[in-house]
Design a protein around this ligand. Structure first.
Ligand code: NI
Length: 253
């Protein structure tokens, strides 16, 4: 049984002391594909560098709404240049975050749209980060359609958002938060057809139960898959296979 962790941050400083060994370890534990996700200029470059170093790793580049300080000078052009690299499989993570940043909504929207334009120009999908901003996120996706579609990463457990996202042709990626007690994730999981389902860790953050609060890594994607298997009433190996194929399809690997 092999797993595809569709969203990880091995570029994060929390791996500075043991990056190489943990990456080799996850591969030995049958996480045989993963995407290292960028969120600002520096971390996008680092993600690409790691993807070049490890054959089973891919990368994304983009400026997230929480890194809006990077939205200066010619950084958008640099993102576009990075995006053309072979191992870059998507633009992201990009989107809107009104939980952490309420005061610069218009600037966030502008940055999101600019990066959707890059995705369309280059012909790659996007990885969406959206928090407390479901309505505006959907509105932008309707107004600025993404040709290669994309993924709602660490998808908020918001049924309306999930329904709209699926209607727009997007994939829904669940992370460790679906395992949290009181998450009430089942109705949301049930809404997602199997051919649009993805699994991720968003490591080093968001460790699933029973490791909540500890540093996360891709091995824990199995616990996310397990929760999906239980909720969907199918075997773990089926979820592993389906989400692996879905990730290959959306990232065109
Ligand atoms: Ni992330």
């Amino acid at each position: 049984m092999e797993f595809f962790d569709s969203h990880a941050h091995y570029n994060d400083e929390k791996y500075d002391l043991d990056r190489e060994s943990i990456i080799n370890e996850i591969y030995n534990e049958k996480i045989t594909r993963t995407v290292c996700v960028g969120y600002n200029l520096e971390q996008s470059k680092k993600a690409l560098q790691l993807a070049k170093e490890f054959h089973f790793m891919y990368a994304t580049c983009g400026i997230s709404p929480n890194d809006i300080d990077d939205y200066v000078d010619n950084n958008i052009e640099i993102i576009e240049k990075l995006a053309k690299e072979k191992k870059i499989v998507a633009i992201g993570e990009i989107g809107l975050d009104y939980y952490w940043n309420k005061e610069n909504k218009e600037k966030q929207k502008e940055l999101f749209i600019k990066q959707i334009e890059i995705a369309n120009k280059i012909g790659k999908p996007i990885v969406i980060h959206t928090r407390d901003a479901a309505v505006d996120t959907i509105e932008i996706l309707k107004k600025y359609p993404v040709i290669k579609k994309g993924i709602f990463h660490c998808c908020p457990l918001n049924q309306e958002l999930i329904k709209e996202g699926i209607k727009l042709g997007f994939y829904i990626s669940f992370s460790g938060n679906i395992t949290f007690k009181n998450a009430k994730s089942e109705p949301c999981i049930s809404l997602v057809p199997l051919n649009r389902l993805l699994i991720e860790t968003d490591c080093p953050y968001l460790s699933p139960e029973p490791y909540r609060g500890k540093r996360n890594d891709s091995r824990n994607v199995k616990l996310v898959a397990q929760k999906l298997a239980e909720t969907k009433g199918i075997e773990l190996k089926e979820i592993a296979k389906i989400t692996y194929e879905n990730a290959n399809r959306i990232f065109e690997i």
